[in-house]
Design a protein. Structure first.
Lengths: 629, 258, 322
């Protein structure tokens, strides 16, 4: 977690200003307080004993006639110093204890964890009270008591944070390298947990201050003639009914300091957690869609997505057009970052609010989604379109039964009654080859493949005309993957729903889709029948993608063909063809102008100025120039 | 180079419902200078097996033999001796490298575990290691977040090679990578084998990728090895029904029936 | 179900482990409270009776407390006394401490329990509401106000708040009783003082947890089904937020019970806390010892209660975690 690069951002926040100013005032008071007001704070004046607020004594005087304002200001230094000492000792010991759980052996780790658990069972204040009594009344004892009482909390936090580091591959590798424990701890664990720890140490300094004041308030901390805010509050409390301000003044000081540390922690945390400006691209004007084409389930023209990121607005989807006919199964293929999933989410209207979607045409079942009211659009999408997502483990709600998750959409949108919806749900489960007894189950009782079938069944409940499956098999094993693709193919035959199958796996898509759309850098670069993929792909990127798939029949003595370079930086789009920098066939025009997606023949379209010729032989024999990149 | 032999290796985890046998009496052999591919689906125990070999998880039964000598991990000394012989590269490119260390720091740390190097020697070693894994030496002063996933995995391989181990274990190192990046990492792995003569245990769930770099392939399921054979023979003539199912499930790019 | 399966059942394992932990913690409390009076600097009896007490009186009291016996037999004697409900005798007033506990414990439990319920009742809905409003980076200004206000309130020390509330509402405006347990109105200030900071802490945690839940894949599934917002938030998000929130809230209850020590002192609330505060000042160690024991035990039982409640509400996560 890098610290935010912008001190400017920090300065813009009013809370940051306030917290900094408050901290500065405390520091100045702690430094100057005893020097400036120390004498006045200790000067007794029998003539003004127990006075209320007046011009000479704004907060009144105490039982020896000492000026209370001076005493409160002069008490800043001891109050803060004691709190900081207690925090430093407690945090140091706690963090070492907790972080060491990441580098010791399993037995020691279990022992330490049990110890931390045991200590955490007791509230810090109670432990501090107990220890303060044992150590005896006095500032030293109180500091030590607060420090020790804080150890378990810090240890637990450090343990949790360190466990996250311990689970990383780099720490495992460092262990295998044979690095010694202290080096693992100091070099690899502590630096990676330092930031969140710093935040909680800041907040804890406030808590320590309050706890120390509390002990002094009880008479256990600072002993007379010494005094801190807690002691002053203790001395003044009896007067609260007669003179609230003199009694409360030290309390206000404690409050001020405690809130300062809280806000400071908040500002630091906000600086770490908050990423990027909230600036949004302007909402594009709503335009009604172009003319509907007959017999299309889905008609998308010129779809674009803009996303604000901390580094600037990017356009991960630019000018995507696609259409599906009833019963058609189409694959949308691309590597990570190509914009394929965002395309699906944009069609379904599921992008986060900060994203901006633009399109010339967006029609589902011929109806223009842009021309509808939000209510109409919701109903139309809910009944016309079903989504199946990548990770079935997280796409189902863990706390709801399968029956609820299957029936709710039908009940809300089709007005089905409970019993009827349950019957439908059993039927939907049967169609995905699951027993109706699963209705009573919860998601965690199901296997990954079963969960994905439930997701599909849930989609079938509204009898959709289009199913968009976004990497539905990526999280599944290869044997289960085949069952799911076969299930989708079968469903599409039985229900004549169209399927848009999104995947990074071009081999998988070629196996069971009719048409394939290949995406690169936010645009469709080629659209072709699946059976042409192996030999008749015309775009150099499609060719490269096909060639780089390891094949069981490939010659294992030759290296796999690869594509040199990396996809373009979405923050710095170039004017030409996005694939140009990596293209082995690039020519001068490619860098200047981006090629549009144009028809090659009735079934194939390609976005390339110089489409490759169709190969005649087996693809393995005609792979692109090979060699490690 | 190092020869690895597993004899009846058994590893158990503590599950929510008592102990789970993740690796169940596995016997395997990686001959010196050869690459054994280990294929299995999620939960088959292949990663646990790898972690047990390098001492990251405790062994319950059986033995791990390196060049005929039984591996011990009880003492720090024994662990370091093991680290000298065997190194591992793991799956996740996001956490493969310490996010706060530059590539150079990471590689120098690894290279100086067993030997002292002066300043010029360190720079030379870093350059050499980066070139070995097909990376531009100018990347040395970058932080992991400034590298792509494929580049990070290459640095992780370079770190493992920095101690000049006799055996390299690659545990799903290409699973999180895009297919075109995977291809170039696979090429690098093959190239390394050829140049360094390393023994290698290459673990993965992607059968074609594993087969592409392996001399011998073992198929693992439910903690057991169901079939082992030379790659060509296993692909041509799979014996076990599970191996056949696995082979049949592999998506293939082929001109299809219309 | 066979005995073997019953023994391996997650619930059995969970209860077994939880009970073991409780017994261990109780042992710590017992030993700590026993050791306390032997660890304090100086002679506790002399300290309580004053410098001019006669040596004979001091010796008699020491004997009465069993402080002149060897340690193991003292410990046995201590435990034996506890089993028979003997918590010792106050050095100052000479009354049995058990009597003090019997009369004062209910008052403490009342304000701690009420404060805990108030905290839950306010923090859970408010946190969820705040999360819904500021989800996905919406309403950044609301978020700023929310975080600033809650951060400020979380820093408010309960005993300072107690004093402030007393001054403002009871003395200044004469609205509510200032001290003691006279009627329902008397509960308002102590409960408020105890619950403000914990509520601010909890409401922040609930919001963060709810934001995490709202970003989960299953919430996207719910959106994909176009479920109405009320159903999405209450049926899909709320249950998944509650577990995490209650886990944290469970940790607040013991802290509240401990917090009564200071708050009761301000309001002169006739509970365990004020008794403890008083006896600390007068160095009446047998009472302090008993109060540590009672408060410690109460805290342990309260967190056991919370853990059991969580296990019933969300068997999956709690049981697996143990």
């Amino acid at each position: 977690m890098p610290l935010p690069a912008g001190p400017t951002r920090y300065l813009r926040s009013p809370m940051a200003w306030a917290a900094t100013a408050m901290l500065a005032s405390l520091v100045v008071l702690a430094l100057a307080g005893p020097l400036v007001w120390g004498a006045a704070a200790d000067r007794p004046d029998p003539s003004v004993v127990l006075q209320g607020p007046s011009g000479a004594h704004p907060f009144g005087t105490d039982n020896l006639g000492r000026d209370l304002l001076a005493r409160v200001l002069a008490a800043t230094r001891p109050s803060l110093l004691l709190a900081l000492a207690a925090t430093a000792i407690g945090a140091g010991a706690g963090v070492l204890l907790g972080a060491s759980t990441a580098v010791v052996g399993p037995r020691a780790r279990r022992l330490l964890a049990a110890l931390i658990n045991l200590l955490l069972a007791f509230p810090a204040l109670l432990v501090a009270l107990f220890l303060a009594v044992v150590f005896g009344a006095g500032a030293g004892g109180a500091v030590l008591a607060i420090a020790v009482a804080g150890v378990p909390g810090f240890a637990r936090l450090a343990q949790t944070l360190a466990a996250a580091v311990a689970g990383t591959d780099h720490l495992a590798s460092a262990r295998v390298l044979g690095l010694r424990r202290h080096r693992l701890l100091w070099r690899h664990v502590l630096p990676n947990i330092a930031e969140p720890l710093l935040l909680s140490v800041t907040t804890a300094a406030g808590t320590s201050l309050v706890a120390l004041s509390g002990l002094s308030f009880l008479g256990l901390g600072v002993q007379p003639p010494g005094y801190d805010w807690g002691r002053l509050l203790n001395q003044g409390l009896d007067r609260i009914y007669a003179q609230p301000l003199p009694a409360l003044a030290p309390g206000l000081a404690i409050l001020y300091a405690a809130v300062t540390f809280q806000l400071l922690g908040e500002v630091l945390a906000g600086g770490v957690a908050r990423r990027g400006p909230a600036s949004r691209p302007p909402r594009p004007p709503v335009v009604s869609s172009g003319p509907a084409e007959e017999g299309l389930v889905l008609q998308v023209e010129d779809l674009g997505v803009e996303l604000p990121t901390p580094e600037g607005v990017i356009r991960p989807v630019r000018g995507v057009s696609l259409s599906l006919r009833p019963g058609e199964i189409v694959g949308l293929v691309g590597e990570s970052g190509s914009g394929k999933s965002l395309t699906a989410l944009a069609i379904a209207g599921l992008l986060p609010e900060r994203a901006r979607v633009s399109h010339r045409t967006l029609r589902l079942l011929g109806a223009d989604l842009a021309a509808m009211t939000p209510r109409q659009r919701d109903h139309h999408l809910a009944t016309g379109l079903a989504m199946v997502f990548q990770n079935p483990a997280s796409a189902l709600n863990p706390s709801l039964r399968i029956s609820t998750q299957l029936t709710e959409a039908a009940r809300v949108h089709l007005g089905m009654r409970h019993a009827e919806a349950l019957r439908e749900a059993s039927e939907a489960l049967r169609r995905v080859a699951l027993p109706p007894s699963l209705l009573r189950a919860r998601p965690h009782q199901l296997s990954g493949g079963q969960r994905q079938r439930v997701m599909i069944a849930s989609g079938l409940m509204v009898r959709p005309d289009l199913i968009i499956a976004d990497e539905p098999t990526t999280a599944l094993d290869v044997t289960v993957q085949r069952q799911i693709t076969e299930l989708l193919s079968g469903l599409r035959r039985d229900t004549s729903a169209a399927v848009l199958f999104i995947s990074h796996d071009i081999a998988l898509v070629s196996g069971f889709c009719e048409r394939v759309l290949v995406m690169y850098a936010g645009a469709i670069v080629e659209a072709l029948p699946a059976d042409r993929l192996a030999t008749a792909a015309r775009h150099p990127y499609t060719r490269a993608l096909v060639a780089s798939v390891p094949d069981l029949t490939a010659d294992r003595d030759r290296p796999l063909p690869t594509v040199a370079g990396a996809p373009p930086d979405p923050l710095a789009p170039a004017p030409g063809c996005p694939f140009e920098p990596r293209c082995p066939h690039r020519r001068e025009r490619c860098a200047r102008e981006a090629p549009p997606l144009e028809d090659l023949d009735a079934v194939q379209r390609v976005a390339c100025w110089y489409p490759l010729p169709v190969t005649t032989d087996d693809p393995a024999a005609d792979r692109m120039e090979a060699g490690p990149s | 180079m190092t020869e690895l032999r597993l004899r009846e290796l058994t590893v158990r985890h503590h599950g929510p419902r008592g102990p789970v046998t993740a690796v169940d009496g596995v016997s395997l052999e990686v001959p010196s200078g050869a690459t054994l591919g280990l294929v299995g689906e999620s939960g088959s125990g292949k990663s646990t097996l790898a972690r047990a070999v390098v001492g990251l998880v405790p062994v319950h039964g059986g033995s791990v033999l390196l060049d005929g000598r039984e591996v011990r991990v009880r003492t720090v000394r024994a662990r370091r001796e093991l680290g000298r012989l065997v190194q591992i590269v793991l799956q996740d490119p996001d956490t493969a490298l310490d996010p706060r260390m530059t590539v150079r720091q990471t590689l120098v740390e690894a290279a100086t575990v067993f030997q002292r190097l002066d300043r010029p020697a360190r720079a030379e070693r870093v350059t050499g290691l980066l070139e070995l894994v097909g990376l531009d030496p100018r990347l040395a002063d970058r932080l992991p977040r400034q590298l792509s996933g494929g580049q990070r995995q290459r640095v992780a391989v370079a770190r493992a090679l920095a101690v000049e181990p006799g055996l390299l274990i690659a545990d799903e190192i290409t699973s999180a990578l895009d297919v075109s990046v995977q291809a170039s990492v696979l090429n690098t792995i093959r190239e390394l084998r050829r140049r360094l003569g390393l023994s290698m245990l290459f673990i993965g769930h992607n059968l074609p990728a594993v087969c592409h770099v392996s001399d011998v392939v073992a198929v693992m399921r439910h903690g057991r090895i169901v079939e082992t054979g030379p790659t060509e023979a296993l692909l041509r003539d799979p014996r076990h029904p599970y191996t056949r199912e696995l082979l049949a499930s592999v998506p293939r790019l082929s001109p299809r029936r219309s | 179900m066979s005995v073997a399966r019953l023994l391996r059942h997650p619930w059995t394992v969970f209860l077994g482990r939880r009970t073991a932990r409780l017994v261990l913690s109780l042992g710590v409390v017992l030993t700590a409270s026993f050791a306390m009076i032997r660890l304090v600097p100086g002679d506790p009896v002399r300290a309580a009776l004053g410098v001019d007490a006669s040596p004979a009186l001091v010796a008699a009291r020491r004997h009465q407390l069993g402080l002149d016996a060897p340690f193991p037999s003292q410990y046995r004697h201590y435990l034996d006394g506890l089993v028979h409900g003997d918590l010792g005798t106050s050095l100052v007033t000479g009354t049995p401490v058990a009597e003090l506990v019997r009369t004062r414990l209910p008052a403490t439990l009342e304000i701690a329990g009420l404060a805990f319920l108030l905290t839950l009742a306010v923090a859970l809905p408010c946190g969820l509401l705040a999360a819904v409003r500021t989800r996905d980076g919406r309403h950044p200004r609301s978020e700023l106000v929310f975080t600033t206000v809650t951060a400020g309130l979380a820093g408010v020390p309960d005993f300072v708040l107690a004093a402030g509330l007393t001054a403002l509402l009871a003395v200044g405006l004469q609205l509510l009783p200032v001290a003691g347990t006279g009627g329902a109105g008397a509960f308002v200030l102590p409960v408020l003082a105890l619950s403000v900071a914990p509520t601010a802490v909890l409401v922040r945690i609930v919001r963060v947890e709810a934001l995490k839940v709202l970003a989960e894949d299953y919430m996207r599934t719910a959106r994909a089904k176009r479920l109405p917002p009320a159903r999405r938030y209450l049926r899909h998000a709320a249950p998944n937020t509650a577990t995490a929130a209650l886990t944290v809230a469970g940790g607040l209850l013991p802290a509240m019970i401990a917090g009564t020590v200071l708050v009761e002192k301000v309001f002169a609330w006739p509970g365990i806390g004020s008794a403890m505060a008083q006896s600390v000042v007068s160095q009446d160690y047998p009472v302090v010892q008993a109060m540590v024991l009672i408060l410690g035990t109460t805290v342990l039982l309260a967190s056991l209660l919370v853990d059991l409640l969580l296990a019933v509400l969300d068997p999956r996560s709690t049981i697996r975690e143990s």
